[in-house]
Design a protein around this ligand. Structure first.
Ligand code: ARG
Length: 465
């Protein structure tokens, strides 16, 4: 008979037990369930609700249960539903009546709300550390290639020359915002739900402040109904992870394109690529592809959780048990990506020649010419049109923009001066953009210094890779 079986006269049907169980996946919350229960019984004793000796015994037994689980000696049973029931039954089995006091003034509704918060606090902390390692890998690669020029793209068409470092640092900025979103989500996790009971609080004189202190929560939930029903902190996390995945997916897409034979801007190391079972010559960027592909499940998990929550009347409904798998899956996915990506970036070979060659297409400097005309007093829209006509002239006459004489250029652009002829080198183009946030080497150098300083403690260790 289940722990809640008092009002039932028969056992749960086997299929129902299978259908309702969550132990197969929520067992990963065991450590946090134990931490929460220890704080709870410590408070119960301090409030005079259970004897202090009982509280101590329960805490000791909980530590033993933890060890048992960690040694793989705990038998998980479908009939016991979830991790909370497993730990409580074990306590009762070993301590009898004393163990039966652990759940005093508590419901699984506020218990699971606490466990998941404690778990996510820890997980997000780890993610934030790994995100910094990822940023550091990008910063280091940018720093080692600080002078490398590549074509920048818009619409995947040649746009303007940029520094490769500038391109990489763009992702560092994105991951910085991802970290900001995760930290923000962390703030809302730091609210203690325990003490809310099943829905309405408790008739027992619980001292929530004690649990709050013990578990390091700066705040307590102000509304018990909100506390047991709310999963918006998890929606927020899955949303932050979706945006992170989207960023990784874009970086992956860039890398996949750069690895193609047509581009050949980079080559991934053998250790971070895989081969084809049929075509002997293949070396595929599978990590980047899988990271791009995994975005699907991360977005899906967000949709799943939002959909689970959207129709629920207050307060707790069993639907909420379905929150866990999407949460775990998105965290696992993010962790897997973060465990493999930084080293793939660090071991990537940059093909400086291929990038330079692609960037030296003089058409990439058409904007530089238009802006030179602006400096000579031509209104920008006219300058744009004139340079467009010059590009067309070159195309119609099979000439390169950078091979025109001044006279020839003046046929299309009478305002052109000598300087206009010398604009067609990518290095010069890049160097002219030291505006704050621009791709000029001085400016990118300044940004690099900022990131190197900010991530210095990680960069020291990265040298060994
Ligand atoms: N396994 C459940 C969950 O994850 C725990 C809460 C169950 N509460 C209940 N009233 N049946 O949501």
């Amino acid at each position: 008979m289940a722990l809640w079986g008092g009002r039932f006269s028969s056992d749960t049907n086997r299929n129902v037990a299978e259908f309702t169980e969550s132990i197969s996946y929520d067992k990963r919350l065991y450590a946090w369930d134990i931490v929460g229960s220890k704080a709870h019984v410590t408070m119960l004793a301090a409030a005079g609700i259970i004897p202090s000796a009982t509280s101590k015994k329960i805490c000791k037994e909980l530590d033993l249960i933890r060890k048992k689980i960690e040694k793989g000696e705990m038998a998980f049973k479908t009939e016991l539903e979830d991790i909370h029931m497993h730990i409580e039954s074990e306590l009762i089995k070993n301590l009898g009546d004393e163990g039966a006091r652990v759940h005093t003034g508590r419901s699984r509704n506020d218990q699971v709300a606490l466990d998941i918060r404690l778990y996510l606090r820890d997980e997000i902390g780890n993610l934030l550390e790994k995100l910094e390692v990822f940023q550091a890998a990008l910063v280091k690669t940018a720093d080692m290639n600080r002078r490398v020029i590549m074509p920048g793209f818009t619409h995947l068409q040649h746009a303007q020359p940029v520094l490769f470092a500038h391109h990489l640092l763009a992702y560092v900025e994105m991951f910085e915002r991802d970290a900001g979103r995760l930290s923000d989500c962390l703030k809302r996790l730091y609210v203690l739900p325990l003490g809310s009971g099943a829905i309405a609080g408790s008739t027992l004189p619980l001292k929530r402040e004690i649990v709050k202190e013990l578990l390091d929560f700066p705040e307590m939930s102000r509304n018990s109904m909100d506390a047991v029903a709310d999963r918006d902190f998890a929606c927020e996390l899955l949303s932050a992870l979706s945006i992170f995945s989207m960023h990784v997916s874009r970086l992956s897409e860039d890398i996949i394109i750069w690895c193609s034979q047509e581009f050949a801007f980079v080559e991934l190391s053998d250790a971070f690529t895989t081969g084809s079972s049929l075509m002997p010559q293949k070396k595929n960027p599978d990590i980047a592809e899988l990271s791009r592909g995994k975005t699907g499940r991360v977005f899906g998990n967000l949709m799943a959780l939002l959909t689970i929550c959207k129709g629920l009347p207050l307060t707790y409904n069993r639907d909420l048990q379905e929150d866990k798998e999407p949460i775990f899956d998105s965290l696992d996915t993010a962790n897997k990506i973060l465990d493999v990506y930084p080293e793939m970036i660090l071991t990537m070979k940059v093909n400086v020649q291929a990038m330079r060659k692609a960037a030296s297409d003089p058409a990439l400097m058409a904007t530089d010419l238009a802006e030179r005309l602006v400096k000579l007093g031509v209104p920008f829209r006219h300058a744009h049109h004139k340079v467009g006509s010059l590009v067309k002239y070159c195309r119609d006459n099979s000439k390169a923009l950078n091979k025109l004489s001044l006279d020839e250029m003046r046929k299309v652009i009478p305002e052109a001066d000598e300087e206009c002829l010398s604009l067609f080198t990518p290095a010069k183009s890049v160097a002219a953009r030291n505006i704050f946030g621009g791709t000029g080497p001085k400016e990118v150098g300044r940004q690099l210094r900022f990131w190197k300083n900010r991530l210095s403690y990680i960069l020291k260790d990265l040298k060994s890779v």
